[in-house]
Design a protein around this ligand. Structure first.
Ligand SMILES: Cc1cc2nc3c(=O)[nH]c(=O)nc-3n(C[C@H](O)[C@H](O)[C@H](O)COP(=O)(O)OP(=O)(O)OC[C@H]3O[C@@H](n4cnc5c(N)ncnc54)[C@H](O)[C@@H]3O)c2cc1C
Length: 501
């Protein structure tokens, strides 16, 4: 049966989250002649910031760096989901991006033909059930890194016995009423650290139950440097640029210090916690992780709100392991029982590799775990495609900007050379290179990545075949990449195909 094509675009962007909107901006600014479409599964833009609606939802990195390079941030550095959505909405409106977005369109498959040098992308309109087909030359994957439909909840003995409510923060029911309830929040990451102080005043009591502690970095939710620049009349654009530079400088310094003097940084973090919690609080048990600072994401807590909640008595922290769920709460391995009406499982995400979308190249399914990544953005054996996978130690969006520049330069290079296809391929000197998992677990090891590392593309020993997670290096290296280097293999459509197209 002949296939109806609902449109051809030079570039198709998957997802209208912060990556997709930023990538669209860069594309239309740097490659104004390219036609493009964004396919977004949800009814509106925002991705992460629309999916997560739990109490207190906010960024944990500062918006001078989580915001885009090109759009000044003028609010407090740590922003609520609503503020981030407003910011993204302004970017969409100010740049006419809306007309390029198809909402409620879930990509269900992508097939590449090396003969036609084209992707054929299937999508389903969730509002009407209608299946659609698009073609594009380049696929810019901005679908994020986790499954939006459902968070990760480990299975514990006795869960079915629990008479109260179990809620995962990713799917927070709108009607949840915690008044007068005892709540236990399982987890010690950024989500738990946000949620616990946000509900502390509302419920009877909330207990943060963690298996092991996390480092928290309490600081005022204001940027003195930016405030001072504003006070003396510096423009929003310049404040953004300078505050961003300063934030990056400070973050780099912290990262370096975590490597060169981890014990000093650790002592500072623990001292800050003690400042809120008092000299008698058991910091050793509850807030002293075994790993060095930054080995897992360092969770920023604005104004020390988590510590304040604990100090006030409205919240408490227990460091223990769950033996089983009971009818009335949680039986812990130490013998303690935690009574609960509501148990919140802030236990993380399910990693999703390329949105779980089935990919095919020339009729063969792509197994991404058998590919090697070029700088954590392109993949061997998968032409004309890039995945925006941001940073974890620095703001995700910094990479959206850097990759935007890179991909636009790549598209421009292909046009200049009259090429229709780019592939990344291991070079002669890479043939004996050691092939390793996506991420070095000693470098960065969050649970969702550890659980699914076997599904992720591989990295090679040479840094060009890795997502180094190093913004500072990449900010120098990416703009300088030689697009004629041997790892890039370009080709043209045959003359016959070009005529047909
Ligand atoms: C609660 C929370 C707080 C966070 N805070 C920070 C922070 O402070 N700083 C930081 O750097 N990072 C943070 N992160 C990481 C965060 O996810 C990223 O920074 C960023 O928001 C990811 O943006 P994205 O656009 O790449 O992906 P997402 O936000 O996941 O958006 C992807 C979009 O693609 C769409 N999509 C997915 N699959 C398909 C498909 N098949 N077809 C069509 N559309 C599809 C989704 O519907 C979604 O809209 C946080 C994450 C969470 C969950």
């Amino acid at each position: 049966m002949a296939q109806t094509i609902d449109g051809h675009f030079d570039v198709l962007i998957a997802g209208a989250g912060i990556s997709g909107i930023g990538s669209a901006y860069h594309l239309q600014t740097q490659c104004p002649d390219k036609s493009y479409l964004i396919l977004e599964a949800m009814e509106d833009y925002g991705g992460t910031w629309r999916t997560h609606t739990y109490p207190g939802i906010r960024s944990d990195s500062d918006l001078y760096t989580f915001g885009y390079r090109f759009k000044p941030w003028i609010g407090p550095p740590i922003a609520t989901a609503e503020e981030i959505l407003n910011y993204m909405g302004e970017v969409i409106d100010e740049n006419g991006i809306d007309q390029h977005i198809q909402y409620s369109h879930t990509i269900t498959g992508a097939r590449y033909s090396s003969t036609e040098k084209l992707w054929t992308v299937q999508a389903t309109n969730s509002a009407t059930g209608e299946d659609k087909t698009y073609t594009c030359t380049f696929l810019w994957m901005c679908q994020g890194y986790y499954n939006h439909a459902e968070g990760y909840t480990p299975q514990w003995d006795g869960m079915a016995d629990f008479k109260g409510e179990i809620i995962h923060p990713q799917t927070w029911p709108e009607e949840t009423d915690l008044k007068g309830k005892k709540v236990v929040c399982i987890g010690s990451g950024a989500t738990a650290a946000t949620l616990v102080p946000a509900i502390a005043g509302e419920c009877e009591h909330v207990t943060l139950l963690q298996r092991s502690p996390t480092y928290f970095f309490p600081a005022e939710n204001r940027n003195e440097f930016a405030d001072e620049l504003r006070r003396i009349g510096v423009s929003d654009e310049l404040v953004h640029e300078l505050a961003r530079k300063k934030a990056l400088f400070d973050q780099d310094e912290t990262c370096q210090r975590c490597l060169t003097e981890p014990e000093v940084v650790k002592a500072e973090l623990l001292e800050a916690a003690r400042g809120y919690l008092g000299p008698d609080f058991d910091i050793d048990t509850h807030f002293t992780p075994k790993y060095r600072p930054w080995q897992q994401r360092l969770a920023f807590i604005p104004d020390g709100d988590l510590f304040q909640g604990i100090a006030s008595g409205a919240a408490s922290v227990v460091t223990d392991e769950i033996e089983r769920f009971t009818e009335t709460g949680l039986q812990l391995k130490s013998g303690q029982h935690l009574d609960a009406d509501v148990i919140v499982t802030a236990t993380g995400f399910n990693l999703s590799v390329l949105g779980g979308i089935p990919f095919e190249v020339d009729g063969k399914p792509v197994d991404f775990s058998q590919t090697v990544t070029y700088r954590g953005m392109m993949f061997t054996g998968v032409p004309n495609m890039a995945w925006v996978f941001g940073y974890f130690r620095a703001s995700w969006t910094l990479r959206v900007d850097l990759m935007g520049d890179f991909i636009c330069r790549l598209l421009g290079h292909m046009d200049a050379e009259r090429m229709d296809e780019v592939r990344v391929e291991l070079r002669m000197q890479d043939q004996d290179m050691e092939i390793l998992p996506w991420m070095d677990a000693n470098n960065f090891n969050p649970g969702y990545l550890m659980r699914s590392m076997h599904l992720m593309p591989k990295r090679g020993a040479d840094p060009i075949w890795q997502h180094t997670q190093d913004y500072w290096k990449e900010s120098e290296e990416l703009p300088a990449v030689d697009l004629s280097a041997d790892e890039f293999v370009y080709s043209r459509r045959s003359a016959a195909q070009s005529t047909a197209a």
